[in-house]
Design a protein around this ligand. Sequence first.
Ligand code: HEC
Length: 239
Amino acid sequence: MKNTSLRYGAGPALAGMICLLFTAAGLVGCGDSNGTPPGGVAIALASSATAAESGTVTMGCCDGKNTVTVSKELAGQPLADALMDQWKRDHPEANWVTEQREKHALLPPADNSDLLQGAQGKEHTYGNYTHLDLLTWARETEKFAAEGSRIFHSADALGSSIAVSCDMCHPHAANTHPETYPKFQPQLGRVALLRDMIDWCIENPVRGEHLDPNGPTMRALEAYIMAQRKGVPMNYGKH
Ligand code: HEC
């Protein structure tokens, strides 16, 4: 079972941009005028001899800029996912962050607008902030947590061998209690950090592979879980 809750192509704008096709076939038009289903990903199947020999294919995106090389074994949803992943990396501003926010009740980062009051932050220890600074911080921070939300809700992104994702037992990250870490965890037999428990849940209920504690997946999951406990006082050691 697939548990990718993120729905691609929420609107006509996105649908127009993510019409994907093999570069070997040349850029055949895309978007609504070419019959792209609203919100869908249109993939024109054609392969080049060179690509077929190497076991990979290079796909082009309708924006004429992005390409991604994937295994030729990939087809259907996994292929679309690989392409979307690349596209999303190149278009961090696209509405997938909004989708995570709305679908999974992702909480917004702190409002720092008080920094602009009075003398526009001129008295602040760390500098003279502008509205753009605040927007950048908020956008980058929310994007980071939204990536964690995407992974948390996707068995595929978690690398689950049994199609299980975290939200199946922790809807909206409920009962993850990040504010109680570090604390002694009997099942680990030692004092655990939040990341240790995330890893334990990846390896046990989710049946995935141990995560690099500094890798992008762990960092994103940790960010999302912390973000969802906004406003809860820290209380390390609490059971
Ligand atoms: C099959 C259900 C299930 C799934 C799937 C699952 N968990 Fe858990 N998780 C639990 C249970 C039950 C506990 C309580 C264990 C305990 O505290 O001893 C728990 C505990 C936790 C805790 C510690 C909570 C606390 O109170 O200290 C964290 C953090 C956590 N899970 C994160 C995750 C993450 C991240 C994922 C996905 C990678 C995940 N879990 C997937 C059932 C699940």
